[in-house]
Design a protein around this ligand. Structure first.
Ligand SMILES: C[S@@+](CC[C@H](N)C(=O)[O-])C[C@H]1O[C@@H](n2cnc3c(N)ncnc32)[C@H](O)[C@@H]1O
Length: 243
């Protein structure tokens, strides 16, 4: 967990990076987050990675920023339930009786939908390897067993959206990796965000070697189509704010 990253030169920068990124990682100094994350790892049976740990930290931080904004929360792309576990943990900090009723989780539980040309070779390879198939609705129900009221919808995006209730959202996390469901999720959720609500997306980068090209394409296409701006966080997650 505390593996140090070797300082290295940055191709586009005219200076040598001399410090260690982990020295500045705020989450490493927040025991409450680390405790929740480590409980989530155990429940979901996922392993730690520095990238996952800090990406999910940002999800929790942005979720907290939407406190008091009306609406439900949702996650498109759940896999084994780790990020949804953290979302529910932080919602319970707001309301101690929170039991998951206003959190909606959507996944095929059969892996990625078929990539299209815009997704590029990496996604095609991951799809053919059966990435993200080692999960099930039952596994996620168990991961989220501390929040017995959560809504778990098994199905393919976008068809599964038809089964969601008509409602507004305060916070949505989109993490489906490939172009078509990412864009479809943005188009579904963003218009339903309450003012001040936040929609985040994973896997954007743009770090050197980012391989989820379809996700980058979907973010840019959506931003152009809606005339909205987004911010890319240091960990590669993107955030849109509804004004
Ligand atoms: C990176 S994983 C999600 C990781 C998760 N947020 C976590 O806590 O670790 C991506 C998920 O998107 C799901 N997915 C991809 N395409 C989908 C689609 N068209 N419909 C529903 N789920 C999809 C996959 O089944 C996979 O579980």
């Amino acid at each position: 967990m505390n593996q140090k990253q070797t300082p290295q030169s940055v191709p586009a920068a005219e200076f040598e990076v001399t410090d260690d990124v982990s020295d500045h990682a705020s989450h490493l100094f927040l025991p409450e987050y680390l405790a929740a994350y480590s409980a989530g790892l155990k429940k979901s049976q996922m392993s730690d990675s520095a990238s996952r740990r800090s990406r999910f930290f940002h999800i929790c931080q942005m979720l907290q920023l939407t406190r008091g904004i009306p609406g439900s929360t949702a996650e498109a792309g759940v896999f084994r339930g780790l990020s949804s576990y953290l979302i529910c943990h932080y919602l319970r900090r707001e309301i101690s009786t929170f039991n998951g009723e206003t959190h909606f989780m959507i996944d095929s539980f059969e892996g990625l939908s078929p990539p299209v040309e815009k997704d590029g070779e990496f996604s095609a390879k991951r799809h053919s390897e059966g990435a993200f198939t080692r999960t099930s609705l039952e596994h996620v129900r168990e991961t989220l067993s501390d929040f017995s009221g959560v809504n778990i919808l098994k199905g393919w995006i976008p068809d599964v959206f038809g089964r969601l209730p008509q409602q507004n959202y305060r916070f949505v996390h989109v993490d489906v990796d490939v172009y078509e469901p990412t864009l479809a999720s943005f188009r579904y959720f963003f218009p339903r965000l309450s003012p001040g609500g936040i929609m985040m997306c994973d896997d954007f980068g743009p770090w050197a070697g980012n391989k989820w090209a379809g996700c980058i394409g979907a973010v840019n296409e959506f931003a152009n189509e809606m005339g909205v701006v987004y911010a890319v966080l240091d960990t590669g997650n993107v955030m849109f704010i509804k004004r």
